[in-house]
Ligand binder design. Structure first.
Ligand SMILES: Cc1cc2nc3c(=O)[nH]c(=O)nc-3n(C[C@H](O)[C@H](O)[C@H](O)COP(=O)(O)O)c2cc1C
Length: 339
């Protein structure tokens, strides 16, 4: 077992595989999921061969995410990683979403189930993608994405119960770019929003186990060190919004993941669909960027739904393309997320 989750190795699978040892080991894969601002808003509780996943509301973002929608989506992504890892190590887990309505913070319960005998899974690329996936926030290479890759992401997201909408017309792309730019101006003009964002910015060196290091935002060491102060004190919305609009217009693939309703289960479904699509993206050599600002502001979310002209609610707005290999961002060790 490694303290640093990025060093989790298949060879370290516990022997003998007792329930507790297996859960402790597999959580190393769960925590590699993406999360809003890298808040890692999850915690876990072990009960024999059952594992419970709970929302860690101390890590909520009251300004950017007042209903904790993106918090739950992040937990859904961690749950998907856990499911993939369980399958990889030949378990057939039983997953219950919101198993006890009397405990609202309890998001899922997973029962380990028996271990199947080999043969092992033939296609392991999705499992391997867990440790290789990174968010890329800059421009993508000017290279067309294969239609088969987009199709694989769509299928992965839909299999998890979400809808997937890939933007194909220039008219829609322009409208979405304009909408995100407008939402950026609104959000970054809010000092509380900027303060909350600044709280999760980290220097490039310093040993933090959460938050976004400057390098993940394309910042050098010096700028990364002063970024929290800059973001807190100055309204950088204009530059930010122009950049976002330009990035969205340059694609190459812009897609929306959504659901038909907006319950906690829908958010958990979205998180699993997100991670399913992101791992497929990685299998196909693609990286992803997020542009959720237009979804974080209710009237803008409605306008986005109108631009898409399809029923249901947008949950995530993403951009996909080919990017240079990025550095991993930090994670809290498993012992810190286990109650
Ligand atoms: C629900 C959700 C919302 C996110 N929103 C944004 C966003 O608006 N902008 C952004 O740059 N990254 C966003 N991210 C990406 C996280 O910042 C990223 O996952 C985290 O910093 C960890 O980095 P990694 O994905 O490279 O492992 C989001 C991730 C999730 C799961």
């Amino acid at each position: 077992m490694h303290d640093d989750p990025w060093q989790v190795r298949e060879a370290d699978f516990p022997q003998p595989p007792t329930s507790r040892a297996v859960w402790m080991y597999l959580l190393n894969y769960a925590v590699l999921a993406p999360s809003i601002r890298n808040t890692q808003p999850w915690k876990f509780r072990l009960d024999g061969d059952q594992l419970e996943m709970l929302a860690d509301t101390r890590r909520a973002l009251p300004v950017a995410d007042p209903h904790r929608r993106e918090l739950v989506i992040s937990c859904g992504a961690a749950l998907y990683n856990l499911r993939v890892a369980l399958r990889h190590f030949r378990y057939s887990p039983v997953v219950e979403l919101l198993p006890d309505p009397a405990q609202p913070g309890l998001l899922a319960r997973v029962t380990l189930g028996p271990r199947e005998s080999p043969p092992p899974i033939a296609d392991d690329r999705v499992f391997k993608a867990i440790t290789r996936r990174r968010t890329h926030r800059g421009e993508f290479f000017a290279q067309t994405v294969f239609a088969a890759s987009v199709e694989a992401m769509r299928e992965a997201a839909e299999t998890e119960g979400a809808w997937w909408f890939a933007v194909t017309t220039a008219e829609q792309l322009n409208a979405i770019a304009g909408l995100v730019a407008e939402a950026d101006l609104l959000l970054m003009g809010n000092a509380d929003y900027r303060r909350e964002l600044a709280d999760w910015l980290r220097p490039n060196y310093g040993g933090a186990h959460d938050g976004m290091p400057g390098y993940a935002l394309g910042l050098g060491n010096l700028v990364a060190a002063i970024a929290p102060v800059l973001v807190r004190l100055s309204d950088i919305g204009k530059r930010w919004s122009q950049r976002d609009a330009r990035l969205i217009r340059s694609g190459p693939v812009v897609a929306v993941i959504g659901t038909m309703a907006d319950t906690i289960v829908d958010w958990l479904v979205t998180g699993q669909a997100l991670q399913a699509a992101l791992l497929q993206a990685r299998v196909h050599g693609l990286s992803a960027a997020y542009h959720n600002q237009a979804i974080e502001v209710a009237p803008f979310r409605q306008r986005l739904a109108q631009i898409l002209r399809r029923p249901g609610l947008p949950q995530l707005l993403l951009r996909f393309g080919y990017a240079p290999e990025g550095r991993p961002t930090p994670r809290r060790p498993v012992r810190d997320v286990l109650e």
